[in-house]
Design a protein around this ligand. Structure first.
Ligand code: ADE
Length: 997
């Protein structure tokens, strides 16, 4: 029996091939689903074997096997049929196979292999039946090795170890391709081949439908897809989704809303049921019809009013239908000689409305009370006859000894719609008691620009002696709006103070002991114009009046000025007081410099969204162009893109999104960062461009920093920068922190991971949000007091009793200095948080990283003083770093040079952490070099303490990062975690370089 035969016997039985369904995969080939022959080609013909068995459901299992392990120089090819590419740009090939371990086969060493090769060939159409196979057409995708090979024992146990390997191929441009499997002498059973491409499956989001979309081959860029609103929905902001490389939809933007008469249900818009309506497009539910209305069809935008009920044109559809008011009640009159008072009470039924008014209708009737006619226009109603809002009216200038009928109608907003249902109150009045007009014709004697002289005659036989006359007048143009009156004892008057070239209406009545007579008819007279002779003597008056008015105006202006300026002073003072009040919300007792800005904690706002709107600009989402996803935050994806501001150049931005399904608290916490960032204005603090809060997703838009976060940037560019460049970065961070401490903001999570770097190496402080920052920070651990704190970066007093201050930020700044100078090394390496806390408590501090200038390490040590008041303030740090930059020779002395004296184990009395080379390397995650150390004779901690970087290189540590880590730790061992309390230089600022003269 050949090995091939032997292998076959065990390859097939018992195999269970799962068939996972992947909604974002489009399968181009799946051998487990092919029911007929596969008809793949083999070259040479006796290389690979096709074996088809039937499973318990009588479905074929296609397997290809090869096992020419005894013969050298194998080159056996198995080629699939032509596979159409369809819409794929990048394809995935999933292989399941078993592979036999060569060690398990005797006498095959040298000929037996444990890998095979996967190839492909792109071509627009399938080869003809007789086409010659040419391996040179094929490009290699990869060599496939088994994760699990099986042995003779496994065969005996009938255990099959199935390997699954997936390879990506792309971009594919031709219409199709072949795959080929090249065996070079292994024992393989290829159990299934699945070829697929990924797509973002069609979906409904925000009431918009998005089609199946194939992602870009370049996995870092997203495909923007516009959605189409579902039926009965309309677009608000253009709905968009981004299709990511793995076939996942990301970042929904814009939305559709259900149209009038439709509401959302399960991502669709369904019609309102009868009895319900929806009058506006939007994501609101259908509402029940308001009182006295109903809808009988589905999808109603309005409900129709019941009989005798109406909706006025200005009534909102949400309002109940209303009807006409009933008639006014209790209509009464009261008459004296010249005036008739009508009074009533409101209707018992206002029709369900509040806009009730009244109209008065007047009819003069014959003696028998019959044959009524509308009153003539002489009869006047005060204040008016229509649209009365009060329940009384005065009637004047009616004829004495006559019969009148008055009708009062109550009206409301729907009275015009139901005329037939009007109800009026009537009253009949006889004017027997009213007095006659005692004044006949009124004449104009003369007129000037501002005066008119009038005279009149009494009618004969007045009933009683006339006491005086009342002359009532008004501008004809402004009839009834306002009037003036004057009195005279004689039957003439000069009415003054009139406007030039204006027609006035006059009427006169007499007063007797019995009261007033009725008014004379109306007479119209005009004042003169400028050219009229009568006006000549008025010039002087005009001058006097103008002078008087001018002087008076000046007086008024002066008075107003004094008043306003006094008031302004009061306003300014009170404003200062109120600003003072705001200012008292200083963080941590911070008192700002006079005139400096003060940070306001957004949590002091009763309504946190008010803080967002006060400090952050709302951005129209259509101005944001999302380009790619650059990370994932606690609240959602972080994307990069462009912000288009009209009239300005596009700005590259980073966009933090709040993923759907958030709680109100999450939204508040998310936006808190914007409320904080929006208060900052400094070149070393990440700049907020604005927020999107009025549409989904909620976003925070900030300036884009090309080099991402500082820790990973440094790790990626280990050893690439000059010391001056590193100090420049530290200077930027210190300057940002100086700004924050000046305005009273305490960061609490200052660490290299929270610094962003732009393409000019400018470092900016980011990640604001108080407690939230710490929730989000994977470094933050819970302390015994329950707080979540990034232990390695945090000052002891902040860990112990949460005393966070600018001084605790200074401690963190020292750690950031250390991270920068060690190119992103982890502070305290792999020590546990507990050991870090204990070591700090015992007075130990991080040693200088390799290549670190003494001056910088000393600054770090100052930042790490236990007594927080002794730590430098950020302005000290900035000026110190400025001096170093201006005097680069001060950076030439490295810590290695200073500490080149040998340190013996006796000098390290109680080094607590490691007992053997193995332990030490384990703690550094460098155990792979244990043999190198031992082989080179470094078997004790004592012996390594004198090693230099060259020694480390010589024993075979070739990676610069590893050399760095090991040498730093050797320094740590030698220096015994330098004891700050004993160093005594914390107050000795003279060690710092002087500025060059
Ligand atoms: N990651 C988070 N914020 C960023 C920013 N502003 N620029 C670049 N990458 C970021």
């Amino acid at each position: 029996m050949t090995y091939q035969r032997f292998f076959f016997m065990f390859a097939l039985p018992g195999l269970v091939l799962s068939d996972p369904s992947h909604s974002n995969q489009v399968v181009l080939l799946d051998t487990t689903a092919v029911l007929g022959e596969l008809s793949w080609k083999t070259y040479p013909i006796n290389g690979w074997d096709a074996i088809t068995e039937m499973d318990e459901h009588n479905r074929p299992i296609h397997t290809f096997q090869v096992c020419h392990v005894m013969e050298p120089n194998q080159n056996n090819w198995l080629r699939t049929n032509w596979i159409p590419r369809q819409a794929a740009q990048k394809i995935y090939v999933e292989l399941r196979f078993t592979l036999r371990d060569c060690n398990s086969i005797p006498w095959v060493s040298g000929t037996c292999k444990e890998t095979f090769n996967l190839h492909y060939f792109e071509i627009d159409e399938p080869h003809g039946a007789n086409a010659h196979f040419n391996p040179n057409d094929y490009a290699k995708i990869d060599t496939i090795a088994a994760d699990e090979s099986f042995t003779q024992t496994d065969l005996g146990d009938r255990v099959l170890r199935l390997n699954t390997e997936v390879r990506e191929v792309g971009p594919i441009a031709r219409k199709g391709f072949y795959l080929a499997f090249q065996d070079v002498g292994a024992c393989i059973a290829l159990v299934s081949v699945r070829v697929y491409y990924k797509k973002c499956p069609s979906t409904l989001r925000n009431l918009a439908a998005f089609p199946d979309t194939v992602p870009r081959v370049d996995s870092s860029s997203l495909v923007e897809v516009r959605g189409a609103c579902v039926e009965n929905a309309e677009e608000r902001d253009t709905p968009r989704l981004y299709c990511g490389a793995d076939g996942d939809w990301l970042v929904p933007l814009g939305r559709c809303v259900c149209s009038i008469g439709y509401e959302e249900s399960d991502s669709l818009c369904i019609a309102c049921r009868p009895g319900f309506y929806k009058a506006f497009a939007g994501n609101i539910k259908c509402s029940k019809c308001p009182p006295h209305s109903s809808s009988h069809t589905e999808g109603s935008s309005q409900c129709h009013c019941e009989r005798s009920y109406y909706r006025a044109s200005k009534d909102p559809p949400t309002m109940a239908c209303t009807r006409l008011p009933s008639s006014p009640r209790n209509l009464v009159f009261n008459i004296n000689e010249t005036a008739l008072f009508l009074e009533w009470t409101p209707p018992s039924d206002t029709g369900g409305r509040k806009d009730v008014t009244y109209d008065v209708f007047c009819f003069r009737c014959g003696a028998d009370g019959q044959a009524c006619e509308p009153c003539n226009s002489n009869v006047r109603f005060i204040p008016k006859s229509t649209g009365l809002t009060s329940t009384s009216v005065v009637v004047q200038d009616f004829v004495a000894h006559a019969n009148y009928t008055f009708q009062i109608e109550a009206l409301n907003g729907v009275s015009g719609l139901g005329r037939s249902e009007r109800q009026l109150a009537n009253i009949t009045v006889s004017t027997e008691q009213a007095g006659p007009s005692l004044v006949g014709v009124v004449r104009k004697d003369w007129a000037s620009q501002t005066s008119i002289a009038l005279s009149w005659q009494e009618t004969e036989q007045p009933h009683a002696a006339i006491l005086d006359y009342e002359i009532k007048y008004y501008e004809k143009e402004q009839e009834q709006l306002s009037y003036s009156s004057t009195r005279t004892k004689s039957p003439s008057v000069i009415v003054t103070g009139l406007n030039p070239s204006t027609v006035y209406v006059f009427h006169v009545r007499a007063r007797t002991l019995a009261g007033y007579s009725s008014y004379s008819p109306k007479f119209e007279f005009a004042t003169g114009d400028e050219n009229s002779e009568e006006a000549a003597d008025q010039g002087q008056v005009l001058v006097i009046v103008t002078a008087t008015v001018g002087g008076f105006s000046l007086l008024i202006i002066l008075t107003l000025f004094l008043l306003i300026s006094g008031r302004c002073q009061w306003y300014i003072k009170s404003k200062i007081k109120s600003e003072d009040k705001k200012g008292t919300q200083y963080q941590n007792g911070h008192v700002p410099f006079p005139g400096s800005k003060t940070y306001i904690d957004p949590d002091t706002y009763e309504d946190p969204s008010q803080a967002v709107h006060e400090f952050a600009k709302e951005i129209d989402p259509s101005r944001i162009q999302i380009e790619r996803v650059i990370g994932a935050g606690e609240f959602g994806e972080v994307c990069s893109g462009q912000l288009r501001i009209p009239g300005k150049k596009e700005i590259p931005v980073a966009i933090k999104t709040l993923k759907g399904g958030y709680t109100e608290r999450q939204r508040r916490d998310f936006l808190r960062e914007a409320s904080i960032m929006g208060q900052f204005d400094n070149p070393n603090i990440i700049r907020l461009q604005g927020v999107v809060t009025k549409s989904r997703p909620v976003m925070i838009v900030v300036e884009y920093m090309e080099n991402g976060s500082l820790d990973s940037f440094l790790r990626k560019h280990d050893g690439h920068f000059t010391v001056i460049q590193l100090v420049g970065m530290l200077r930027g961070i210190a300057s940002g922190m100086m700004y924050l401490s000046d305005i009273g903001y305490v960061h609490r999570d200052l660490a290299a991971r929270n610094i962003l770097v732009d393409d000019n190496l400018v470092c900016k402080v980011s990640d604001f949000g108080l407690s939230r920052v710490l929730e989000d920070d994977p470094e933050a651990a819970y302390t015994t007091t329950g707080g979540k704190i990034p232990i390695r970066w945090t000052a002891p007093e902040a860990i112990a009793y949460r005393k966070f201050s600018s001084a605790s930020d200074a401690w963190s700044y020292g750690i950031v200095m250390w991270e920068v100078m060690s190119y992103g090394e982890r502070p305290y390496w792999e020590m546990s948080n507990q050991d870090v806390i204990l070591s700090i408590e015992e007075g130990y501090r991080l040693p200088a990283p390799m290549g670190c200038p003494v001056a910088l390490h000393q600054l770090m040590l100052l930042c790490w003083q236990k007594e927080r008041s002794r730590r430098p303030q950020f302005n000290d740090v900035v000026s110190f770093l400025d001096k170093l930059i201006r005097n680069p020779s001060s950076l030439l002395t490295l810590v290695e040079d200073v500490n080149s004296f040998p340190v013996t184990p006796e000098d390290m009395p109680d080094y607590p952490l490691f007992i053997s080379i193995g332990d030490w390397l384990d703690s550094l995650k460098m155990s792979q070099y244990k043999n190198n150390f031992i082989a080179a004779g470094y078997t004790t901690l004592d012996s390594i303490s004198t090693m230099s970087i060259d020694d480390v290189r010589r024993i075979g540590v070739s990676l610069i990062g590893h050399q760095r880590r090991i040498v730093s730790s050797i320094q740590a061992l030698r220096l015994q975690f330098l004891h700050v309390q004993q160093s005594g230089f914390h107050e000795n600022w003279t060690i710092y370089p002087e500025e060059p003269q």
